[in-house]
Design a protein around this ligand. Sequence first.
Ligand code: AMP
Ligand code: TRP
Length: 337
Amino acid sequence: MSHAKQGRVFSGMQPSGEAHLGNYLGALRQWVELQETHECFFCVVDEHAITGEYSPSDLPGRVFDLAVSFLAVGLDPARSTIFVQSDVSEHVVLAWLFNAVAPVGELERMTQYKDKSTNLESIPVGLLNYPVLQTADILLYRADLVPVGEDQLQHLELSREIARRWNARFGEYFPEPQPVISRAGRILGLDGNAKMSKSLGNTVGILAEPEEIWERVRTAVTDPQRVRRTDPGRPEVCNVYSLHKFFTPPEELPDIAAQCRGATRGCVDCKRILSDHIAEHFAPIRERARDLKADPNQVREILDAGAEKARAEARETLEEVRERMGMRWRDLPILST
Ligand code: AMP
Ligand code: TRP
């Protein structure tokens, strides 16, 4: 690859359709910056999606919509390798090979696993194995940096553990991948407490039209103590204010906070301002998404080219891994012709 920059980056996102503000502030925005300085691989991880509830007939559309979001926010196929996980079958192969060293006890201790497996009558092995596939995603490209949200730190710790165990058993080869955590922290959902997440229905999509953004933002929970229009509010605990900090020009923030504290502006008006700024921020991104959706073949070609580049790297890694794990039986001298 042309730019051996400051190291290799890999990150993935599950295909739950169009990205939302949490994905954008917590991950995508940073991915776009990293491609300036690092050699980057960005992946729609559809093989992770099958470990939870999903509909096979919806999955292709969700993959496509997330790929459109990737490209619309500015991930650039000229600078990054952008692809779909299932197009590069080496991911599942390496995950299986890592099963030789991945510790069950630690997999069972993952909070995401515990959250997702409670209340299930029958737990699919894939749910337990999820972080092994995630480790394979990263190490297949020997990536040393992984930009993710805080919720993924535990998985990454396990990835390092798997890398260490594999290296100890088969010889030093894989880097121990380090997280790069976004400055944004965890973005709250519109309902104010849980994390913004598609499955909780508390998101604002980054490609939503202005009216739709308003429809969503209008329902946002604000300072719970500000019951009446005349009650003074507390911007420091208000969900809406926390979003203002990302989308409203910094010079307007002191006024917004003061008008909340002094109850001189109501929550609805305050949300309107936020909604307008969100709509404005994403206007060029919506525009690019419209063009991409009008030309789906262009998206397909980008993902195909990405998969091809990814595959070349992946094959090289797997070749080395197979060699070290003793899977080159044809090299036995008695078999050579
Ligand atoms: P997911 O949609 O859960 O696959 O998450 C994809 C990426 O977006 C991960 O790096 C997450 O950590 C990040 N992310 C998702 N939701 C949020 C949120 N509410 N706040 C911050 N980051 C998030
Ligand atoms: N588990 C990650 C999430 O839910 C998605 C993911 C899969 C990932 N493979 C990855 C993230 C590899 C970083 C690197 O957000």
